[in-house]
Design a binder for this molecule. Structure first.
Ligand SMILES: Nc1ncnc2c1ncn2[C@@H]1O[C@H](COP(=O)(O)OP(=O)(O)O)[C@@H](O)[C@H]1O
Ligand SMILES: [Mg+2]
Length: 223
């Protein structure tokens, strides 16, 4: 479903990604590990259509997102990609359920809006968040904020979830809980999942682990 070929990206004449190739099938999961500054976030941003590569191809179901205009990329993102970041980026003045529904604000059809609301409640229920649905982010724990962010990432039923250090700001116990919930939801929804993580525990839960080294993604038997 996602196929990257010969991708290169530099910042200020410094090569970050060099002739990198990568592929992921529908419903599969991959962990990306590697030292800080190696380009993991840059890679996620490019395949998530938040940034563009200098050269190479990023085929998403045969469509090259690296050739899209900014407007096309933004429509594509909203439709196909769910992002989870280390910080939850919830809107502080919106409740949990309102935050989850943010990506559906552009819906104009009443039936679509109702369906989105039902989906939001289902997702919150699966994440044990229904008792908190009318709370503001400031009234939640870190793990609860991150669960809300998961639900928001999944609300549009994206084909691909990109998670950048999703458990990085949580303690070990909450990180383990959240990791399992992320995997579980991913399986149920048959979504492809790419997770950048420092946590070997989280990485081991994925189908594959790739290491970003020498500006490329490689399989490393150590992991
Ligand atoms: N927008 C940018 N402008 C200039 N340099 C950047 C930009 N984004 C990332 N970099 C640089 O690219 C390198 C890789 O960054 P990043 O992808 O964030 O690494 P990682 O996520 O693996 O820690 C770093 O040296 C970083 O400073
Ligand atoms: Mg990063």
């Amino acid at each position: 479903m996602l196929k990257v070929e010969n991708l290169s990206k530099s910042f200020e004449n410094q090569r970050i990604l060099n002739d990198l190739s990568f592929e992921i099938e529908k419903g599969n999961s991959v962990a990306i590990v590697g030292p800080s500054g190696s380009g993991k976030t840059t890679f996620l941003n490019i395949i998530g259509a938040l940034d563009v590569a200098d050269s190479g191809f990023v085929y998403f179901n045969e469509q090259d997102i690296n050739k899209m205009t900014a407007n096309q990329r933004s429509a594509f993102r909203n439709k196909h990609i769910g992002f989870v970041f280390q910080s939850h980026y919830l809107l502080p003045q919106c409740t949990v359920i309102e935050n989850v529904l943010l990506p559906t604000l552009t819906y104009t059809n009443k039936a679509d809006k109702i369906a989105a609301r039902v989906r939001a409640e289902e997702l919150l229920d699966k994440l044990g968040m229904m008792p908190h649905k009318d709370k503001l982010p400031g009234q939640l724990s870190g793990g609860e904020c991150q669960r809300t962010a998961f639900a928001r990432a999944l609300i549009n039923q994206p084909q691909l979830i990109l998670a950048d250090e999703p458990t990085g700001s949580l303690d070990e116990e909450n990180a383990a809980l959240l990791s399992n919930e992320l995997i579980q939801l991913n399986k149920e929804m048959n979504t492809s999942l790419i997770v950048v993580t420092h946590s070997l525990k989280l990485a081991e839960l994925m189908n594959r682990v790739l290491y970003l080294r020498h500006h490329k993604l490689i399989t490393d038997s150590v992991f």
